[in-house]
Design a protein around this ligand. Structure first.
Ligand code: SF4
Length: 180
């Protein structure tokens, strides 16, 4: 018996020799299973991410084995670790350099809220400078939690309308962060 699991077919109309579904669904399915993450790892949470990429947890199973260390080709920004206020503009610049559609995961307490570093030099959550789609709790989160976060992103990607990025609500969201 094979252990290989195929991605389930999307909803649609099936008959002998044909299958019909919407363009949104097909593109969502392809995008969700070929996400290219950009790891922005600054401290301990980044080590958990390394374990997530290792053979035991194997993020490659989700189509995300190809790390993108250039914002140009990435579509998922994974922020892992403490972000000092000095580093904030750099993080924002990386986000701005990513092409649409792009998603963001905030991994761990530091990236999500500053964590234990309630101090003048640490950004108290990356959502103060860029929009975040999924938060992964923990200090540090285990690889299973990081995988859960990626799966939540996959759900968002799969169900996102192709029109969302052109809608006024999305533009207003970016404008609220000072991003054009
Ligand atoms: S949340 Fe905890 S484990 Fe993660 S970077 Fe902060 S201090 Fe380190």
């Amino acid at each position: 018996m094979s252990n290989v699991k195929m991605v389930e077919a999307p909803e649609g109309h099936e008959g002998q020799g044909f299958f019909a579904t919407s363009l949104d669904t097909v593109i969502g399915l392809a995008r969700a299973n070929s996400i290219w993450p950009l790891p922005f790892a600054t401290s301990c949470c980044g080590i958990e991410f390394m374990a997530t990429m290792g053979s035991n947890y194997d993020l490659a199973r989700f189509g995300s084995e190809r790390m993108s260390f250039s914002p140009r080709q990435a579509d998922l920004l994974m922020v892992m670790g403490t972000i000092a206020k000095k580093m904030g503009p750099i993080l924002k610049q990386v986000y701005e350099q990513m092409a649409e559609p792009r998603w963001v995961i905030s991994v761990g307490a530091c990236a999500s809220s500053g964590g234990i570093f309630d101090t003048y030099s640490v950004l108290q959550g990356i959502d103060r400078i860029i929009p975040v789609d999924v938060y992964v709790p923990g200090c540090p989160p285990r690889p299973e939690q990081i995988i859960d976060g990626v799966m939540k992103i996959q759900e968002l990607v799969k169900n996102e309308s192709l029109r969302r990025r052109n809608q006024p609500e999305y533009k207003a969201l970016l404008e609220s962060y000072g991003i054009e």
